[in-house]
Design a protein around this ligand. Structure first.
Ligand SMILES: Nc1ncnc2c1ncn2[C@@H]1O[C@H](COP(=O)(O)OP(=O)(O)OP(=O)(O)O)[C@@H](O)[C@H]1O
Length: 201
């Protein structure tokens, strides 16, 4: 499935963040959104998933204006933005089992836990995780559920060197599986390895 924007513009309190922006990410492609701190990457991704509303232009899902409340959109789009939050009294493995169940996923939660390196803390509560482990839980939350579009805001943040290498291969595998990937990043190596195109803000 495809996701993009046509002639998109957004302003906070009349202060423009971006304008006249158009791009589409198709199945099996990855688009990287790059730019300096404060250039609007997170805002753009929030618009893409319907968490913010564009002032001008349109978010396009499968070529049609986005209805972010539609079942098809919610079923297709897995996202990790900068506002991820977790139930404080639900363990790591319970979070992932819950998400897999809600999305009717047949994914093996133990496999995903092992892949993201969280097996040893599976029974811990989110407030007891390190910041990197909490970020890995956010990534795992995307990977235990079915998806045809993946929207990630700085997925490399807080990952160690091995974690960044894993992330590169994971995103390449997502593309190979036909997922449309759009991600904001400050990691030039990740962008170079994964992105088909960049959108610079
Ligand atoms: N709720 C808000 N109210 C007013 N201005 C905001 C709000 N959120 C963000 N901004 C401003 O919008 C601009 C874009 O912010 P955004 O977080 O999208 O940038 P970014 O490119 O993701 O930055 P970074 O690389 O630091 O994560 C910034 O100037 C920021 O100060």
């Amino acid at each position: 499935m495809s996701l993009g924007v046509g002639d998109a513009g957004f302003a906070y309190g009349g202060v423009p963040v971006f304008a006249g922006l158009s791009f589409v990410v198709e199945p099996g492609e990855a688009v990287a959104v790059v730019g300096a701190n404060g250039s609007g990457k997170s805002t753009l991704l929030r618009c893409l998933v319907g968490a913010e509303v564009l002032d001008t232009g349109t978010v396009l899902f499968e070529g049609y204006p986005l209805d972010e409340s539609s079942c098809a959109f919610r079923a297709a789009v897995a996202s990790l933005l900068d506002d991820a939050d977790y139930f404080p009294d639900v363990s790591v493995v319970e979070h992932l089992r819950l998400l897999a169940w809600l999305h009717g996923s047949g994914e093996d939660v133990a496999r995903v836990l092992a892949e993201v390196g969280l097996s040893a803390v599976a029974d811990q509560l989110p407030p007891t995780l390190s910041s990197g482990q909490r970020h890995r839980l956010g990534l795992a939350s995307c990977f235990v559920r079915p998806r045809s579009v993946l929207v990630l805001d700085e997925p490399e943040q807080r990952l160690d060197e091995a974690g960044r290498a894993w992330l590169r291969s994971r995103l390449l595998a997502e593309k190979a599986a036909g997922v449309a990937v759009v991600f904001a990043s400050h990691d030039a190596e990740l962008v170079e390895a994964v992105a088909c195109r960049t959108v610079t803000l």
